[in-house]
Ligand binder design. Structure first.
Ligand code: C2E
Ligand code: CA
Ligand code: CA
Ligand code: CA
Length: 277
């Protein structure tokens, strides 16, 4: 399934030959995009289920390509990860997200922003220093920044990831494990990781009410997380009954189209004004 499921344009998956011309051209386009304002962040609300209040936003990268149009992140981030482009790309994402968060704080809208990291970012020993510098430069408290890291990224080299995540956590930045349950995770590492939250992947939440096995997985993950002293966040909540079920299970936060779609910052005030709080 090499073609994008969303965009209808033929963008190819990372399994394709790394020297193929198509891939080369998309990656050189991406270098230009980083320089020339074709990228932007959208923000999707994360809601506290006990209080119904807004917790913060997940920052999701968007690329408006001049000829291909909107290219979804799943179509270019894996390729960027296979090259060094992932480093300037992540720096762009961090800077844009931190700047937006600071702007919200200046408007007395005290939300947090969660940025996704890639596997290769966890191999970058300079990352803690880069994060500290970006926070200082933009005058944002570390507690307003969260990072989401997939368990597969951690398990790539767990001892190394552990050291790096400890340094990041020492800065006061909060960490979550993303796509929990979809990769190989080791509970032994989970116990040692300095993370605050587990995020249950959309693939388990989607059929929560129809599939008994998904229900068992979600319920067990909520309990596992709580027993380890972690918060549990569900992504991909698309309707009220699913939300009610998650509240019932004691899940701490949720995210999904039912609560709010990823949106440009300009759409946030209207969304916030119409939300039920
Ligand atoms: P993710 O971190 O698991 O992000 C959640 C994805 O689910 C997002 O897709 C979001 O738009 C989508 N989503 C949210 N609510 C719902 C819902 O109710 N129903 C459905 N069907 N989908 C929902 P998106 O924005 O296309 O991002 C896809 C993946 O690309 C992300 O998965 C993340 O792994 C990666 N990604 C996005 N932005 C960045 C970034 O800035 N840096 C890195 N390294 N990865 C990113
Ligand atoms: Ca995420
Ligand atoms: Ca992910
Ligand atoms: Ca996910």
């Amino acid at each position: 399934n090499a073609k994008s499921q969303y965009s209808g344009v033929a963008i190819y998956s990372p399994e394709i030959d790394p020297h193929s011309p198509k891939r080369f051209s998309l990656m050189s386009d991406l270098r230009r995009a980083i320089r020339e304002d074709e990228l932007m962040m959208h923000f999707q609300p994360k809601v506290e289920l006990h209080t119904g209040r807004l917790h913060g936003f997940e920052a999701l990268l968007r690329w408006n390509h001049p000829t291909l149009g909107f290219v979804p992140p799943g179509d270019f981030i894996p390729m960027a990860e296979a090259t060094d482009i992932i480093h300037p790309l992540t720096e762009w994402v961090l800077e844009a997200s931190i700047r937006q968060c600071r702007q919200w704080h200046q408007q007395r809208f005290y939300v947090s922003v969660a940025v996704n990291l890639s596997t290769r970012n966890l191999m970058d020993e300079r990352l803690p220093k880069k994060l500290a510098d970006l926070l200082t430069k933009n005058d944002l408290p570390a507690s307003a920044l969260e990072l989401e890291i997939t368990e597969s990224a951690i398990m790539e080299d767990p001892e190394r990831a552990l050291l790096l995540l400890q340094q990041i956590s020492d800065l006061g930045i909060k960490l979550s494990i993303d796509d929990f349950g979809t990769g190989y995770s080791s509970l032994a590492y989970l116990k040692r990781l300095p993370v605050q939250a587990l995020k249950i992947d959309y693939s388990f939440v989607r059929l929560l009410l129809e599939d008994k096995q998904d229900e068992v997985i979600v319920r067990s993950t909520v309990n596992l997380g709580h027993n380890l002293g972690l918060h549990v966040v569900a992504e991909g909540v698309e309707d009220q009954p699913t939300l009610d079920c998650l509240i019932d299970m004691g899940c701490n936060q949720a995210q999904g189209y039912f609560l709010g779609r990823p949106m440009p910052p300009s759409a946030v005030p209207e969304w916030y004004a119409s939300a039920p709080w």
